[in-house]
Ligand binder design. Structure first.
Ligand SMILES: [Zn+2]
Length: 280
């Protein structure tokens, strides 16, 4: 072979190697692109968003209301337990404006803290709104005001008083339940449990339970036996009349609340603020 021929063969060989390499790299590049395209098609942005984490630290004011009405003249005790319908409307509007969102009292016992975590993830503040005794005005006045703000409440019913004058009937209670409110138990007949035998307490606590998960001690009176019976009956939460703000360390069967007296939105703000100074 002549020198020229060798050079030509070498040159052709180099060109062939170059072309093969070029082809290989182009193919590989396109392949990577395809893989990337497939990946982005499978993993949508929504899939890679982190799940809402469980909140381990929180404050939840549990507001305590009784009557939402204009109290009759001369009824001092009744007046102390009443908030006028207009003030209640204003108080709920204030909660909404101030970024509060409502939970059921029994949501406090959820091991995953789902509702509380959801609210906190939305940069809102969880709160529970409770009504003791099952008065008819809870249905007539409180319920529409709650609905207006997209809120729910927890209603503690005295089972033997259902349908009596001034108290909600079963249909009204069923409607509150159906709409997403919580129906809790406030015993059969509102006895002072701390002054009654274990047998009497047990009947009041168990026979009034039905499907309720939350319990409310009548007049805030109870003893150690009461708490044990409430637990044994299967309630996950129980509210007292003690003042304070619930948090992650609170005893779920002795929950403190914020007593709300009649007054405007500012008085509600002050009531919550005051309860903070009483611990959890
Ligand atoms: Zn009561």
């Amino acid at each position: 072979m002549k020198k020229d021929e060798i050079l030509i063969y070498l040159l052709v060989g180099l060109i062939v190697i170059f072309l093969i390499s070029l082809g290989y790299f182009t193919w590989q590049k396109r392949n990577v692109k395809t893989v990337a395209a497939n990946t982005s098609a499978v993993v949508k942005p929504i899939d890679i968003l982190p799940e809402v984490g469980k909140t381990t630290k929180y404050d939840v004011p549990v507001l305590m209301y009784h009557y939402v009405r204009i109290a009759p003249e001369g009824d001092t005790l009744g007046k102390n337990l009443s908030v006028t319908p207009q003030n209640f409307v204003d108080q709920m509007a204030w909660l909404k404006q101030n970024n509060y969102a409502t939970i059921k009292v029994s949501d406090l016992a959820d091991p995953n803290k789902k509702e509380i975590s959801k609210i906190i993830a939305e940069n809102k503040k969880p709160i529970a709104v409770t009504f003791d005794d099952g008065y008819e005005d809870a249905y007539i006045a409180a319920y529409p005001a709650l609905q207006k703000e997209g809120f729910i409440g927890t209603f503690y019913i005295i089972r033997d008083f259902i349908g009596r004058p001034g108290y909600m009937n079963q249909n009204q209670i069923n409607e509150l339940d159906f709409i997403g409110n919580e129906i809790g138990s406030h015993t059969l007949s509102h006895l002072d449990l701390s002054k009654n035998s274990e047998e009497v307490q047990q009947k009041q606590i168990e026979d009034s339970k039905q499907s309720a998960m939350s319990f409310c001690y009548p007049s805030g009176k109870y003893n150690e036996t009461t708490v044990n019976l409430v637990k044994e009956a299967g309630y996950t939460t129980a509210v007292t009349t003690k003042s304070g703000i619930v948090n992650q360390d609170s005893n779920l069967l002795e929950l403190k609340r914020v007593r709300v007296n009649d007054g405007n939105a500012e008085s509600l703000r002050l009531a919550i603020e005051k309860a903070y100074s009483n611990g959890n």
